[in-house]
Design a protein around this ligand. Structure first.
Ligand SMILES: [Fe+2]
Length: 291
């Protein structure tokens, strides 16, 4: 029997759901158990119930163990990650900002225009393999993308808009302001079965500049006809370049912008849905490069 990447992700999600049910039941029996409440908060964060997780972290920040750490995660989930120094482990939950209604109608229809005009120009996404060659590795990454030339028509206004959206978020992310050395832009379409396994966005071969901030604008037809495509932001020790198995699960809505440091580990869970391009999950990925 062949076990696919989809199978592994599906199994992990079933296990998370079951563990969550057990934790809720045990905490009902021992409501003063701070260790148990911490595990529940972590599990809710992993399953994407961020309002439930926020409720539990706030309670832990008031009366539980690791109050300052709980306060940091609560701040992060409420939109302010600036208290990262208060987290008591090297691998802290990855800071992020998720903005709703990021673009106006004219800007959105401009992006849909690119999808329509360039529909035959999408090419399979590639990754750097362990042997340092750049190529398609379907076990790691499946999506299709438009790149530099095809995005020429949106580049100027989009990066200008992004710059204004990102600037006030840098402090929240714990990143000192900087003037981007350059912007890198890719428009990705995730259709049925597409995914991106765990990775960081930092690249060794970036000729003098490096990716510092990742900003992903999500758009899709509504109501969405696909499932999956969640973003898992893993708890990362950014100094050591290592990650934990804990993560924050985000389900980005249409017209939202997710911003996070490029050196934090993340993953896109498999998408399930129609095969046609228009019903895909689109992600306009931009990287701010530091000089
Ligand atoms: Fe990425």
């Amino acid at each position: 029997m062949n076990v696919t990447y989809d199978d592994v992700c599906d199994c992990a999600e079933i296990l998370h759901e079951r563990a969550l049910a057990v934790l809720v039941q045990r905490l009902a029996e021992r409501p003063a158990d701070g260790g148990l409440r911490w595990r529940l908060a972590e599990m809710l964060r992993c399953t994407g119930d961020l309002s439930g997780a926020l409720r539990e972290y706030r309670r832990l920040a008031e009366e539980g163990p690791r109050r300052e750490a709980a306060g940091y995660v609560a701040g992060l989930l409420a939109g302010d990650a600036s208290g990262a120094g208060q987290y008591d482990e090297a691998a802290a939950p990855a800071p992020f900002v998720l903005l709703d209604e990021a673009l106006d109608e004219a800007q959105r229809s401009s992006l849909w225009g690119v999808v329509e005009e360039q529909r035959n120009a999408f090419t399979s996404s590639r990754v750097f393999r362990y042997d340092n060659a750049y190529g398609v590795v379907s076990a790691d990454r499946v999506s299709r993308g438009l790149h530099r030339g095809e995005l020429r028509g949106i580049r100027d206004w989009y990066t200008e808009r992004l710059g204004r959206l990102i600037e006030p978020c840098l402090a929240t992310l714990g990143i000192a302001p900087f003037v981007p050395a350059r912007w890198e832009l890719h428009l990705l379409s995730y259709g049925d079965g597409d995914h991106f396994s765990i990775h960081t966005d930092t690249l060794a071969r970036e000729g003098g500049t490096r990716r510092a901030v990742t900003a992903v604008y999500y758009f899709h037809r509504t109501p969405r006809r696909f499932t999956g495509g969640d973003v898992l932001l893993f708890d990362t020790d950014r100094r050591a370049g290592q990650m934990e198995t804990r993560f924050t699960r985000l389900t980005p809505e249409d017209n939202s912008l997710l911003i996070f440091p490029s050196d934090c580990y993340h993953q896109v869970t498999p998408v399930h849905g129609p095969a046609n391009l228009e019903e895909s999950r689109f992600a306009l990925v931009a990287w701010m490069h530091r000089g």
